[in-house]
Design a protein around this ligand. Structure first.
Ligand SMILES: Cc1cc2nc3c(=O)[nH]c(=O)nc-3n(C[C@H](O)[C@H](O)[C@H](O)COP(=O)(O)OP(=O)(O)OC[C@H]3O[C@@H](n4cnc5c(N)ncnc54)[C@H](O)[C@@H]3O)c2cc1C
Length: 398
C-alpha cells in the first residue's frame, strides 16, 4: 500500500493527542448532542485548551503558528471519529482564515486570540433563502450611515449559527453592481438587531447546529468591514479552494474509515454458514471501494501539498471536491448495503455516516457548480487549430 508522506513525528504526536481528546471529551456525549442539535460551548473551550483550534494562527494572535498539516490532523481525526457535531472546520479553516488573510490588525487582535481558545466561535454567513449557488444574488444589505454601516437581511443554513460570536457576513453595499456590490463584514453577534432563528432539523450532522440568522438594522462600525467595499466576492473566491480542499480531506478520511468498519463487520457476521466477507460479492465490492479510497487519498494529499506550496488552483480544488464527494457518498451507500438491516440502525456508525454524507455533494459548492468550474477551464484552454472541413474545428478526420 502506498504510504502517506506528508506528516512528521510532531504531527503524529499531535494526532495521538487529538484521538485521545475525541475519545474522552466527544465520544461519551455525542449522542446527547445529537438530541440537543448542538454542541456545548464547554467543548469548544476544552478543544481550545488542548490546542486543537486554529492551529495556524500566528503566536502574536494567541495561536501556535503551526503549519496547515496540524489543522489537517484535526479535520481528519474528527472525520475518522464519525462525530460530526463540532463545527471546528468552519471555525478554523474558514472564519479564522478570512480574518488572518484579510483582517486589519485591530480585527485580528479582537477575534483571533478568542477563536484560538474557543471563547469566540466563528461562522460564515453567505447563503440566503433565495441565493445559495448564485452568491452574487444575495440581498442582505449594508448601508453607510456616517461612521457606521446598517445591516438588514437574512441568512439561512448557517453552520455554528446558534452558538457563533462572530460572523463573516456577505452583504450587498451596492445592489445594482452584481458581484462587485458584495462586501464582507465581521459582525459581532452581541450587537442589537441580530437575532438567531430556528436551529434547522437536518437529515444528518444532527449534533451540528445549522440556523437561520436575522439582521434587523444591525449597526456596525465601518471598521468592521473585512477587506474593501465591493471586494467581498473576490475575497470569497480566493478562499474557496481552501474550503473545498478541507471537504475533500473529510471525504477521503470518511471513506477509509467506513471501509474499515465494513471489513470488521463482514468478517464477523455470518449467513448461510459463512461470514459475509467470504462471499465473493463482498470481496469484489470492497476491492473496488478500497481502490477508489486509495486513489482519492493520493489525489487529496497531492492537493494538500500544492496548497501548502501556494499552488492549488480553483480547478484542482473543484476536481478534488467533486470526485471525493461522489466517492464518499458511493462508499457509504455500498458499505451500508453490506451491513444489511443493521446498517439502517442509528446506533451503527455506518448509518450516521450515510446520513452525514449527503451534504458533501451540496454545501461549499455543489457538484454541478464544481463541474461548471472544471468545464469552463477545459474550454477556456481549447483553441481550434484549423477548420477541418468536417464542421468540427480542430478535430482531424483522418
Ligand atoms: C448542512 C448545511 C450546512 C451549510 N453551511 C453553510 C454555512 O455555514 N454558510 C453558508 O453560507 N452556507 C451554508 N450552507 C449552504 C450551502 O452552501 C448551500 O446549500 C449550497 O451552496 C447550495 O445552495 P442552495 O441550497 O441555495 O441550492 P441552489 O443554489 O438553489 O441549487 C439547487 C440545485 O441546482 C443546482 N444548480 C444551481 N446552479 C446551477 C448551475 N448554474 N448549473 C447547474 N446546476 C445548478 C445545484 O447544484 C443544486 O443541485 C449549508 C447548507 C447545508 C445544507
Amino acid at each position: 500500500m502506498i504510504k502517506r508522506s506528508l506528516f512528521n513525528e510532531e504531527h503524529d504526536a499531535f494526532r495521538d493527542m487529538v484521538r485521545k481528546f475525541i475519545d474522552k471529551e466527544i465520544a461519551p456525549h455525542h449522542a446527547q448532542w445529537e438530541h440537543d442539535g448542538l454542541v456545548p460551548r464547554s467543548l469548544w473551550l476544552k478543544a481550545g485548551a488542548a490546542g486543537m483550534l486554529c492551529c495556524t494562527v500566528p503566536p502574536e494572535y494567541g495561536g501556535a503558528g503551526a503549519d496547515y498539516l496540524f489543522d489537517v490532523v484535526v479535520f481528519e481525526e474528527m472525520a475518522r471519529s464519525g462525530f460530526s457535531g463540532p463545527g471546528f472546520m468552519i471555525h478554523c479553516d474558514l472564519v479564522a482564515t478570512y480574518i488572518k488573510s484579510f483582517g486589519t490588525e485591530a480585527q485580528k487582535r479582537q477575534w483571533l486570540p478568542k477563536m484560538v481558545t474557543g471563547e469566540a466561535i466563528g461562522s460564515l454567513g453567505m447563503t440566503e433563502p433565495h441565493a445559495g449557488s448564485d452568491l452574487k444574488a444575495i440581498r442582505t444589505k449594508a448601508v453607510r450611515d456616517g461612521e457606521d454601516y446598517v445591516i438588514s437581511g437574512q441568512k439561512v443554513f448557517i453552520s455554528n449559527g446558534q452558538c457563533c460570536d462572530v460572523i463573516v457576513l456577505a452583504t450587498k453595499t451596492d445592489s445594482a453592481a452584481g458581484a462587485k456590490g458584495v462586501t464582507l463584514f465581521l459582525v459581532d453577534t452581541s450587537l442589537p438587531g441580530f437575532r438567531r432563528g430556528k436551529n434547522l432539523h437536518k437529515l444528518g450532522m444532527k449534533a451540528q447546529d445549522t440556523s437561520e440568522l436575522f439582521f434587523d438594522e444591525v449597526r456596525v462600525p465601518a471598521t468592521a468591514m473585512l477587506g474593501e467595499e465591493g471586494k467581498g466576492f473576490e475575497l470569497m473566491m480566493t478562499k474557496l479552494a481552501q474550503e473545498r480542499l478541507a471537504q475533500a480531506i473529510r471525504s477521503a478520511t470518511v471513506a477509509e474509515t467506513v471501509i474499515d468498519y465494513t471489513v470488521e463487520y463482514t468478517a464477523n457476521r455470518k449467513a448461510f454458514g459463512k461470514t459475509i466477507a467470504d462471499f465473493q460479492n463482498t470481496q469484489f465490492k470492497l476491492a473496488e471501494l478500497k481502490t477508489e479510497a486509495v486513489v482519492g487519498r493520493q489525489f487529496t494529499d497531492k492537493c494538500i501539498e500544492s496548497f501548502m506550496a501556494g499552488e492549488l488552483d480553483a480547478v484542482d480544488a473543484a476536481m478534488a471536491k467533486m470526485w471525493l464527494s461522489n466517492m464518499h457518498c458511493k462508499v457509504v451507500d455500498e458499505c451500508l448495503q453490506l451491513f444489511g438491516g443493521w446498517g439502517y440502525m442509528w446506533e451503527y456508525p455506518i448509518a450516521r455516516a450515510y446520513a452525514d454524507a449527503r451534504i458533501v455533494k451540496i454545501a461549499g459548492g455543489s457538484i454541478e457548480v464544481m463541474k461548471h468550474i472544471i468545464g469552463r477551464q477545459i474550454f477556456a484552454q481549447y483553441k481550434p487549430s484549423r477548420d477541418t472541413g468536417t464542421g468540427v474545428a480542430g478535430i482531424n478526420p483522418a
